[in-house]
Design a binder for this molecule. Structure first.
Ligand SMILES: [Zn+2]
Length: 171
């Protein structure tokens, strides 16, 4: 098994992007951060064998946080390496790193991010004409201050993970 990152390991190592990686970079699907973190993880894996089979599926950056999606069951690996990662990351600045597992279920995701806060309702809306789906999550307004991230950040994050627009509403 070998490490999988959000772009090719060879492209990270040589800092010379292949066409596919360059396209992903131009589209904003990956960034300099993906390259920096990738290189750190590859170097850390030399002396930390548990990182050898790590799979990073997605990295979502917001102004205050960086969210790293790993394969199911691999959060522990990132947590174990966390201090070493932080030590070497130059471009993190004041942002915080969050790790989470891949999921396709909005319910699981919201539970992972907001536990113990639960939505009152979760509605999937199918929009004409192409049947594109969007999710509307309703919460009691008293929870607004308890939610760890601003609604706009949550929305950006869940939209990127689930590949669907996600709206957080407080009533
Ligand atoms: Zn590449």
């Amino acid at each position: 098994m070998c490490m999988k990152l959000t772009l090719d390991r060879m492209c990270i190592q040589t800092k010379n992007l292949c066409k596919a990686c360059q396209t992903a970079m131009d589209k904003g699907e990956i960034s300099e951060f993906d390259m920096e973190l990738g290189l750190i993880l590859m170097n850390l894996a030399k002396s930390n064998k548990y990182l050898n089979d790590l799979t990073i599926l997605n990295i979502v950056e917001t102004s205050n946080n960086v969210f790293i999606m790993v394969k199911k069951g691999q959060i522990e690996k990132m947590e174990k390496a966390h201090d070493q990662i932080i030590e070497q990351l130059g471009s993190l600045e004041k942002r915080k790193l969050y790790y989470f597992e891949k999921t396709k279920s909005s319910k699981t995701l919201v539970n992972m991010l907001l536990h113990p806060i639960k939505p009152i309702s979760s509605t999937t809306i199918i929009l004409p004409p192409d049947g594109q789906k969007e999710i509307k999550l309703k919460f009691k307004s008293k929870y607004k201050s308890e939610i760890p991230l601003p609604a706009i950040e949550l929305s950006k994050l869940t939209s990127a993970i689930l590949n669907m627009e996600t709206h957080y509403i407080f009533v």
